[in-house]
Design a protein around this ligand. Structure first.
Ligand code: 5AD
Ligand code: SF4
Length: 478
């Protein structure tokens, strides 16, 4: 098939750095009625990589596809439209997608009219788009994170013109409300409260792939939560790259993340969670809103990244180890039972042994009950990808191992404190190993397994914890 890139709308990392417009427009999604039905008798599948933001985006993609008449395929590799909703945060996430693209290359032999779509964060990177253009002829449509709502147009164009469709915006997007959603769960929901990130941590690609920070209007969020509560949803997780910056972009309204938590706490829904918090922007008002309890769950994910002030500075995190620990103290003072987890990067360029030791010290001091740990992965276009990095890979791997040992002790200790306590569990389903065992999450976000019948799935039940393990709790229904 010959290539026509006349539709090529290039991403630009340089442009993506710009923050041109403080104001955010809210636009209502509107489907051209002519397109209704273009998916009748056709199937789709979606493979989602990366964070909850992508899972939430996939629910929008599924919602749009079903509105167009497509049905979900029961074979991921054999659908009329195959989506790869991708992640760019680390190189290994990208390599997995390239591997998958290679693997399904031959689908076009059996299904010549099928379409392969690459979307999400990878198409927001110039280098990726170039690589796909050169190496992965099988990809028919590429679009980025700002234009999911235009998917129906891309499909129509791809069917009509048989050309490759590449449209990736590098400027800040609008907020599109009313996009149809097909939620993956019927009692737990993801809910975007804001998009984008303006922090520009030097290692991170997200401000480039997700654009500027823009908050949804409080009214739209509150209405959505009330609607979910009315439909029997039990848990809502508020999503944003830096939820503590929520509302800072409003020009006509003074309304903060703490205000949002306080308003959502009045709604009759059992559980509100949120992710992710930035330590610098986490304020006392938010801590006090959490301290009120109610439906705000006593768990906080507060990425620290490093315990070394030198490294934090090079990362542009805008806090010190000391100011971070002050926030931890405040959290523990106002919410004594809180469970705190974090993210840590080892092997950042220039990280010396002492820096790494400072990270280990901080992990002990903060008493984390869990952490996601990563080796630094240079992302093209970010400042840190150009920093001199002399640490050998073996040293980085050894540091990661040492850190993980400590982090695992934190997991075990954090679980142990629940032994003999009665916890509330939102039942997710049956255990993968044993149909007679139910599994779910406590308010503190710990996994609990216990014997019980399937009718309890989707309900919140009391469970007495009998034994704590490193990765889960075991208990009995009360
Ligand atoms: N290399 C390694 N880890 C990264 N993260 C973000 N960017 C990188 C990178 N370039 C980690 C951070 C962040 C989490 C979502 O991913 O710890 O909090
Ligand atoms: Fe990336 Fe930093 Fe923004 Fe988090 S706060 S998404 S690490 S730039």
């Amino acid at each position: 098939m010959s290539k026509d890139y006349s539709k090529y709308f290039a991403p630009s990392i340089k442009d993506a750095r710009k923050r041109l417009n403080k104001e955010t427009n809210t636009v209502l999604y509107n489907l051209d009625e002519e397109l209704l039905g273009i998916g009748i008798d056709k199937t789709y599948s979606i493979k989602t990589y990366g964070c909850q933001g992508n899972l939430a985006d996939s629910e929008k993609i599924a919602g749009i596809m079903e509105e167009l008449g497509y049905t979900l395929s029961n074979d991921e590799d054999r659908a009329d439209v195959i989506f790869f909703n991708t992640c760019a945060i680390r190189d290994n996430a990208e390599q997995r997608v390239f591997g998958e693209l290679g693997r399904i290359k031959n689908i076009k032999k059996d299904m010549p009219n099928s379409l392969i779509v690459l979307c999400g964060c990878m198409p927001q990177e110039e280098a990726t788009v170039e690589k796909v253009k050169k190496t992965f002829d099988q990809v028919d449509i590429m679009f980025g994170t700002h234009n999911i709502h235009k998917l129906p147009e891309y499909l129509k164009e791809a069917y009509l013109t048989k050309e490759k469709i590449i449209e990736v915006m590098s400027f800040e997007g609008d907020i599109i409300e009313n996009v149809p959603l097909k939620r993956a769960h019927n009692v737990k929901a993801w809910l975007n409260i804001m998009y984008g990130c303006d922090e520009f941590c030097t290692y991170c690609i997200v401000p480039y792939t997700r654009g500027k920070e823009r908050s949804r209007r409080p009214k739209d969020i509150i209405e959505e939560v009330i609607n979910l509560a009315n439909r029997g949803y039990k848990e809502v997780t508020l999503l944003g790259q830096n939820v503590n910056a929520y509302g800072k972009d409003f020009t006509d309204l003074s309304y903060s993340f703490a205000d949002l938590l306080n308003d959502l706490n009045k709604i009759d829904i059992p559980r509100i969670r949120f992710t992710t918090s930035h330590p610098r922007d986490l304020d006392l008002d938010t801590i006090l809103a959490m301290a009120k309890g109610g439906n705000i769950m006593p768990h906080l994910h507060l990425p620290v990244q490093s315990g070394s002030n030198d490294v934090l500075k090079k990362m542009n995190r805008k806090y010190t180890k000391e100011s971070y620990m002050e926030k931890i103290e405040l959290l523990k003072k106002h919410i004594p039972d809180i469970s705190i987890t974090t993210d840590i990067i080892v092997g950042f360029p220039g990280e010396e042994d002492e820096d790494f030791k400072a990270t280990l010290e901080l992990v002990k001091e903060a008493d984390y009950e869990g952490a996601f740990t990563f080796i630094f992965s240079p992302r093209e276009g970010t400042p840190a990808s150009k920093y001199e990095d002399n640490t050998p890979n073996e040293v980085k791997k050894a540091r990661l191992q040492e850190l993980n040992k400590l982090v695992n002790e934190g997991y075990a200790k954090g679980n142990k404190r629940f032994e003999n306590r009665v916890v509330q569990v939102l039942v997710d389903g049956v255990s993968a190993k044993d149909e007679a065992i139910l599994t779910g999450y406590t308010s503190h976000n710990k996994v609990v397994n216990f014997p019980g019948s399937k009718e309890l799935i989707g309900k919140i039940v009391d469970v007495k914890v009998e034994k704590a393990y490193s990765w889960h709790l075991k208990g009995k229904l009360v």
